[in-house]
Design a protein around this ligand. Structure first.
Ligand code: OOG
Ligand code: MG
Length: 262
C-alpha cells in the first residue's frame, strides 16, 4: 500500500459522496498517482463499510471488464470486481431515476447465483458450474463517477467499478440447461436491438469470470459464500441511456428482463 489511511478515507468519502449526489469528479489517480491495487480495493472496501454503517446490506458481487468489447471500450486490459448494495436492485420492469445518476449506461450480463461457497486459489469453470444454483439474465446500469467515463483501472476499482443499479429477471436456468458459451444475447433499447452477443464474449465462458472472482477474493482470504448473486460482466460494450428509454435484455432460453429510465 502506498497511500496512508487518512488519504484512503478521504478518497472513499469523496467518491461515495459523488455517487450519492450524482456529481462527477476528476480521476483520483490524477492527484494520487502512486495509488496501488491494494489502495484501490481498500478505498472500495471503505465505501462498502460506509454503506453498511448506514444500514445498507451488500446483496451481491460483480465482475467487470471481463469481455474484449468492454476492455476495448474503456481502454483497459484486466478484469476487476465490485459489490452491489441493496438499493442498487431495481425490480423487474421497474424504473431507474436518471436524476439519481450522472451518465448511466446499460450492459447485458449473465447473473449467477451460487448454492455452495467458492474459494480460490485454483477455482475453475468446473467448480463454478458445480456451485451454481441457477443463471438468469441481468442488466447492469453502470455510472462511473469519473468525468466522461474516463478512468484507469485503479481509479475504477476505487469507484466500486462504476456500479449503480441492476435488474435481474426472466427464467432462472440450471447451468446444465444452457450452453453458456453459445447462448445468444440481445439488448434492446426502445424496441431496437442495440447490442448483440454470445456468452463466450466473457473470458471464453461466463463461468470463468466467476472463477476469476473467487481467485481474486482468495488472495484476500475471502470466499464467495453460498447464495451469492454475481454479475459476470458486460458481454458487449455498454450502451448510454437517458430519461424515456426502455431497455430489455433477452437471453436465449432464459427469457427477458427489463427496466425503464425516467
Ligand atoms: C467499469 C465497469 C465494467 C462490466 O460489466 O464490464 C462492468 C466501467 O466500464 O465503467 O461493469
Ligand atoms: Mg457490468
Amino acid at each position: 500500500m502506498n497511500l496512508d489511511q487518512a488519504t484512503i478515507a478521504k478518497l472513499a468519502e469523496h467518491l461515495e459522496n459523488c455517487e450519492l449526489e450524482a456529481q462527477d469528479t476528476y480521476k483520483i489517480t490524477d492527484d494520487d498517482p502512486e495509488m496501488d491495487w491494494d489502495d484501490a480495493y481498500a478505498i472500495q472496501d471503505l465505501i462498502r463499510a460506509r454503506k453498511i454503517a448506514r444500514g445498507h446490506k451488500i446483496i451481491g458481487l460483480k465482475a467487470g471488464l471481463t469481455s474484449h468489447a468492454k476492455m476495448k471500450q474503456m481502454g483497459v486490459t484486466e478484469p476487476v470486481f465490485g459489490f452491489m448494495a441493496d438499493y442498487y436492485a431495481v425490480p423487474d420492469a421497474g424504473e431507474v431515476k436518471v436524476s439519481e445518476l450522472i451518465h448511466p449506461k446499460v450492459e447485458p450480463e449473465i447473473a449467477f447465483v451460487t448454492k455452495t461457497a467458492l474459494r480460490g486459489p485454483g477455482c475453475h469453470i468446473g467448480a463454478v458450474l458445480a456451485a451454481t444454483d441457477f443463471v438468469m439474465p441481468g442488466i447492469e446500469v453502470i455510472d462511473s463517477r469519473y468525468r466522461d467515463f474516463k478512468f484507469d483501472l485503479k481509479s475504477v476499482v476505487a469507484d466500486n467499478t462504476s456500479a449503480a443499479r441492476f435488474v435481474i429477471g426472466g427464467q432462472p436456468q440450471p447451468v446444465a440447461n444452457v450452453d453458456l458459451r453459445t447462448v445468444g444475447v440481445v439488448l434492446e433499447k426502445n424496441g431496437e436491438p442495440v447490442a448483440l452477443g454470445a456468452g463466450a464474449a466473457v473470458l471464453g465462458h461466463p463461468a470463468a469470470a466467476i472463477a476469476m472472482l473467487a481467485n481474486m477474493l482468495g488472495k484476500r482470504g475471502e470466499e464467495i459464500p453460498a447464495g451469492t448473486l454475481i454479475l459476470s460482466g458486460g458481454i458487449t460494450e455498454a450502451i448510454p441511456v437517458a430519461a424515456g428509454d426502455a431497455v430489455t435484455l433477452r437471453i436465449q432460453g432464459m427469457g427477458s428482463t427489463s427496466l425503464r429510465f425516467v
